[in-house]
Design a binder for this molecule. Structure first.
Ligand code: WT7
Length: 659
């Protein structure tokens, strides 16, 4: 979002009266009272919420243990089970026959699963995993399509205390292998194939390829969910079908009671260096925040039909598909397919069909559906009955005011608040977001931190900045759902998130932000590190550079982001080949080859949109690549900065030209 938009945005949308009347947090006074409660007695605030919202097998006696900061512990001497909290507790409350999941397949087939049925499936699968010797602390990699079975697999791991690590089904064999090795998985759960946009795409064969890349000897079994019955390789000595594994298992399974900080999952995300980070999350604190944000941000009620369009391969799918909605006893929609199949009216059709009341998606999806609706009146949202909706959400990247207004008018019918939720893989759940029954909305602003979240904007030394002055976004106190560690790399955890320059105890989000002078509202201004946000997917520039230089043709590569109307940011790569600089058709051909190479190394989401070839890259005399200048070139803007420190200023002219 441009500074211009931030400064000129003056539209304000007060919370609708029906929300204020019924919301969990009703009115700004109620919000401020909760914030004050947290400020007055921080631990007491969280302890009370943890006692009220979670089922504890053994109550905790210590709320927050800061003795080994920043390795914080929350509620850790308490014992609980996440799956028990999501399923058994709701069945005990009388919700056994309530629909937990409305699953819609890519082709439109609908399957409904009640809480009782889901409980039985999770227990059977958990028993199946136990029969294979899987136990507490083991790591299980899940590489599955969007499916009831995917949710079951995650919940089953939680039930027996195994730590899952879900890998998004769009990642390549190499990315999958790196994660299997790093996390030390003993089991991989996958499907024969996945179905997206009418196409059958491989999963199991990619798992086989990944395991064939080496260092995966620890993987004893591969469990395969039969999704299509298509042609997938099957090795009976190592592989087994999910349906065979669960066939004779009991539908009850005694949960493994774990300490609150037991790692529920590890989810890999990109950082500013080449290697993805295994973000380790807890059980108790994580689940508490998943539930509270369902209540506070989404104001979820027993009658809601909740739909989060994320994939379980990302944190949004973890918190707002697998854990949050189920822990709240909510009925939720799980969707296998893509927003543009069979046409770009798919989301609107599904909202109408399933009478969704809360809809949570990404700005990229909204922007691409705006374009589609503009181009085809037949799938314009005004052709569908969307009156069931009462609340809209946005996540993953800044939403530009124009897209916000379209979403508000065309999807929400000008009656649904939009919660623009700022958070990260590391935060476990929402951090800065409007509350639908309290916060006056301003398009493009994620507004104010949730109660108990001590967000602030500081300079490089950690000093507070006044409103109106842009700086670094930090969180000054630990919170229950925060990242606990980077799997296997405590040093990197400390350096990345709790740098010494900020005192070693302040959480560094990695984003820049500014607060409005009058309202104090936060607007996120973008990453301050070498991380890109492409279609709401986080990508490290170094990761893509490493993939490019691994190609035998490439001598050197530098990757930067450039603004893109649909995807937010697009990947632009500047490449020096070992041979002479190609031009014309040859350049096009090699660019295509390199794009496919990156897709194979990381996954299609990491493909550079644009590749420019040069004889060299702009470097300082000490050999440092000037990415700052490359960003200007990628945007197609004139360089106005001083380039006198460059070793080779002439190269800029050459790199100006897009191929
Ligand atoms: C990064 C985190 C949030 C879960 C999914 C993405 C950006 C996220 C917003 C928002 C502006 C946002 C930030 C953040 N981001 N939400 N509402 N407004 N920016 O999680 O992959 O860990 O990415 O996404 O840059 O640091 P993630």
């Amino acid at each position: 979002m441009s500074d211009q938009e931030v400064k000129t945005e003056s539209r304000v949308f007060p919370p609708p009266a029906n929300f204020v009347a019924n919301a969990a947090i009703s009115g700004m006074d109620a919000y401020n009272a909760l914030c004050a409660e947290a400020a007055n007695d921080y631990e007491g605030f969280w302890a009370k919420l943890a006692r009220e919202n979670l089922h504890w097998h053994k109550p905790f006696t210590t709320t927050l243990d800061e003795s080994n900061a920043p390795l914080y512990k929350w509620f850790d001497d308490g014992l609980l089970n996440v799956s028990y909290n999501c399923l058994d507790v709701n069945i005990q409350k009388g919700l056994g026959d309530k629909i937990a999941i409305i699953f819609e397949a890519d082709g439109g087939e609908v399957t409904k699963v009640s809480y009782k049925e889901l409980h039985a499936k999770v227990c059977q699968f958990a028993n199946g995993l136990r029969s294979l010797g899987v136990k507490k602390d083991d790591r299980v990699v899940i590489y599955m399509p969007m499916s009831v079975e995917g949710v079951v697999a995650m919940q089953a791991c939680a039930r027996i205390g195994a730590t899952h690590s879900v890998v998004f089904g769009g990642f390549s064999a190499k990315s999958l292998q790196e994660r299997i090795v790093d996390v030390g998985a003993s089991i991989v759960i996958t499907a024969d194939e996945q179905v997206r946009g009418g196409k059958q795409l491989p999963l199991k064969s990619i798992v086989d390829e990944a395991l064939g890349l080496g260092e995966c000897e620890k993987v004893a079994k591969v469990i395969v969910y039969k999704r299509t019955g298509g042609n997938a390789p099957f090795n009976p000595a190592r592989d087994l079908w999910m349906h065979d594994l669960v066939a004779n298992q009991a539908t009850e399974c005694e949960p493994e009671w774990v300490n609150a900080d037991h790692p529920l999952f590890i989810l890999y995300t990109s950082g500013s260096t080449g290697k993805p980070k295994g973000v380790q999350h807890s059980s108790g604190g994580y689940l508490l925040w998943a539930m509270l944000t369902m209540k506070w941000t989404f104001d979820v009620k027993p009658s809601d039909i909740f739909w989060c369009t994320a994939d379980i391969g990302w944190v949004t799918g973890h918190t707002y598909i697998t854990y949050g909605p189920l822990a709240m006893g909510t009925t939720e929609i799980v969707f296998e397919g893509i927003p543009t199949y069979p046409n770009a009216g798919r989301f609107w059709d599904m909202i109408q069909k399933h009478k969704a009341t809360i809809f949570y998606t990404a700005p990229t999806a909204i922007r691409s559906l705006i374009k589609a609706a503009d181009g085809d009146a037949a799938i314009h949202p005004n052709k569908y009955d969307l009156t069931s909706l009462r609340l809209l959400g946005s996540v993953g990247e800044p939403i530009n005011p124009e897209a916000w207004m379209w979403y508000y008018r065309n999807i929400g019918g000008e009656k649904c608040p939009i919660v623009d939720t700022f958070w990260q893989t590391e935060t476990g759940g929402h951090m800065i977001t409007p509350l639908p029954g309290a916060t006056p909305l301003v398009p493009g602003s994620c507004t104010l931190p949730l109660p108990g979240i001590m967000a602030a904007i500081v300079d490089e030394t950690g000093a507070d900045l006044p409103n109106g002055q842009g700086g670094i976004l930090v969180v000054k106190r630990p919170w229950p759902s925060m990242i606990r560690n980077i799997w296997g790399d405590t040093e990197r955890f400390k350096k990345s998130y709790f740098p010494e320059e900020l005192g070693g105890k302040t959480y560094l989000a990695g984003d820049g932000a500014i607060r409005n002078k009058e309202t104090g509202y936060f607007t996120i201004t973008g990453r301050i590190d070498d991380v890109l946000n492409v279609s709401g997917h986080r990508m490290g520039t170094m990761e893509i550079e490493s993939a490019l230089v691994a190609n035998p043709l490439v001598a050197e590569a530098a990757v930067v982001g450039k603004p893109d109307d649909t995807t937010g940011e697009a990947i632009c790569a500047f490449v020096v080949l070992k041979r002479s600089r190609p031009t014309g058709d040859e350049a096009k051909q090699i660019a295509l080859e390199l794009r496919n190479w990156v897709a194979k190394e990381i996954g299609p989401i990491a493909k550079p949109k644009e590749i420019r070839f040069g004889d060299n890259l702009p470097k300082t005399r000490s050999g440092k690549i000037m990415r700052r200048l490359l960003r200007v070139l990628a945007k197609g803007e004139e360089i106005t900065q001083d380039v006198s420190t460059l070793e080779n200023p002439a190269i800029l002219e050459q790199l100006k030209q897009a191929q």
